[in-house]
Design a protein around this ligand. Structure first.
Ligand SMILES: [Zn+2]
Length: 252
């Protein structure tokens, strides 16, 4: 069983670095690779507001990419650090959601979804800023109609609190394809357009040349969530192998 890949882009908003976004988007379009765009509905985070006046054709650009099979996902609400709670993953000491009361989280998630819906999008996938979410976040997502979220460390997606959880364990274009194809698995690669340099683009292009058919979106998977998350004996064995490999790498 060959490995499958998802490319997720974070920090997408009208205030992004439009030049860097377009450069990366052109490469993906050239090779007919769809991406999952993590759009911040109301970006108030100054550290990722590169263009204060905003891109007036932002929605149009996203619509054009959506027509090509790209997925519009929701990346938080305002991308603000409300707590230092790393949530269930504990990857960062910052969160817009983890550690806050359910009502506050649900209000922000509902408000963010409304902004995207008003712009003509129907997000079903959530991407938590700083990879930080807790049980209340997941409950609020399910109750707001989300079907999936992108985070966690495993080889295959699982069903968590009624949502398809698509793990994220890669941060640049995959290179060790022999090993990945032996493991199988569904890998999300997390990219930040404003941080992607020439080397990153070169590595992506080399990957795209040979692996176009293996790239999907989370929306594609959510449509077949039951099959994707079914735990076969083979998957259990592979998850065990992966957990040992990954823990070792993480501890080094
Ligand atoms: Zn972010």
């Amino acid at each position: 069983m060959k490995a499958t890949f998802i490319f997720r882009w974070d920090d997408i908003s009208p205030f992004q670095d439009a030049g860097k976004f377009s450069r990366l988007a052109e490469l993906f379009v050239q090779y007919h690779i769809p991406a999952v765009l993590g759009v911040i509905p109301d970006n108030r985070d100054d550290s990722i507001r590169f263009n204060p006046s905003g891109d007036s054709d932002f929605t149009g650009r996203l619509k054009a990419l959506e027509k090509r099979g790209w997925e519009i996902a929701m990346h938080g609400y305002r991308h603000l650090k409300h707590t230092e709670d790393g949530g269930l993953l504990g990857l960062n000491r910052a969160s817009e959601f983890a550690g806050r009361p359910y009502e506050n989280q649900a209000a922000d998630i509902g408000q963010g979804k409304k902004l995207l819906t008003d712009s003509g999008f129907e997000p079903i996938t959530f991407i938590a800023p700083w990879h930080a979410y807790d049980h209340n976040t997941l409950r609020a997502l399910a109750e707001s109609g989300f079907k999936a979220f992108s985070d966690g460390w495993s080889l295959y997606p699982t069903m968590t609190a009624g949502l398809l959880q698509a793990p994220v364990i890669l941060w640049s274009a995959p290179t060790r394809m022999k090993m990945l194809n032996r493991l199988g698995g569904i890998y999300t690669i997390c990219l930040h357009p404003h941080l992607a340099g020439d080397d990153d683009l070169g590595q992506l292009e080399r990957f795209f040349r040979d692996h176009r058919p293996e790239v999907v979106t989370i929306k594609n998977l959510a449509g077949q969530a039951e099959a994707v998350s079914r735990k076969t004996m083979r998957k259990r064995v592979l998850e065990g192998v992966f957990a040992r490999l990954y823990t070792r790498r993480w501890d080094e």
